[in-house]
Design a protein around this ligand. Structure first.
Ligand SMILES: [Zn+2]
Length: 240
């Protein structure tokens, strides 16, 4: 082949190859390995980030999580952060969001509070994360067998915990009574129904109490979704 023809053939291959790859794995093709720049953050959409988390949890739950070089990621993110998302999740020791979703240093903002409740400080943190720092997805992630949810079901009163559990009471009230069914933490089905209601209500609460985030969602700049982590299986269910 003539040298120039060969060059053109190579150029043609190079110019079409990335599109072929993107068509196959569009949701992950443009992610940087580490979120070290605004370009990395800007290259992906809220839906693609959600898909990345879904795939990350599948890797985690199947025992095939990514082996990351954390020291390298520390170096790469030292000068700034460009996270993809914010996750509001419970303090439960069995529910560490980054591990569950197979994410690394610099990938997500993580707000952990018992019962993954929403208050002004959490809202302020989420507004900073999305409006100032550019995170495009907000996940409210509850988990099964949540002690805070159980405490709310049992109307536990204990110091400052009382006020926190009061924030879960609307979810307790939202789950309809089955005739004769126990509405305490002894009823596992009831506890999980309250946990789901709590996540769904908190997703809505973010929209209702943060005009900033509501506007960003309405414009398609961010997505706000709920999720439930199963502490027995390692799998996340998504509420979209
Ligand atoms: Zn919990």
């Amino acid at each position: 082949m003539h040298a120039r023809t060969l060059l053109l053939a190579v150029a043609a291959t190079l110019s079409t190859a990335p599109f072929a790859v993107m068509a196959k794995t569009e949701s992950t093709a443009r992610f940087c390995e580490t979120q070290y720049s605004k370009e990395c953050q800007g290259a992906v959409s809220p839906s693609q980030i959600l898909e990345r988390f879904k795939q990350g949890n599948e890797r985690f739950a199947s025992g095939h999580g990514t082996h990351r070089n954390y020291s390298q990621q520390v170096k790469e993110t030292a000068k700034g952060q460009f996270p993809l998302a914010s996750i509001v999740s419970c303090i439960d020791s069995r529910a560490p969001a980054e591990l569950i979703l197979d994410q690394g240093i610099g990938d997500v903002f993580n707000a952990r509070v018992a019962g993954n409740v929403i208050n002004e400080d959490i809202l302020g943190s989420l507004e900073f994360a999305s409006k100032v720092a550019g995170a495009k997805l907000i996940v409210v992630m509850g988990h099964t067998s949540c002690g805070a949810v159980k405490g709310a079901c049992d109307n536990v009163q204990l110091g400052n915990l009382t006020g926190l559990l009061a924030k879960i009471q609307p979810a307790v009230a939202a789950v309809p009574s089955k005739t004769g069914a126990d509405r305490s933490s002894k009823n596992h089905e009831f506890v999980e129904q309250v946990a789901e209601a709590n996540v769904r209500q908190n997703v809505q609460l973010i929209r209702d109490r943060s005009p900033i985030l509501k506007e960003m969602e309405d414009k398609g700049e961010i997505k706000i979704v709920g999720a439930m982590y199963d502490v027995a299986s390692g799998k996340v269910s998504w509420y979209e």
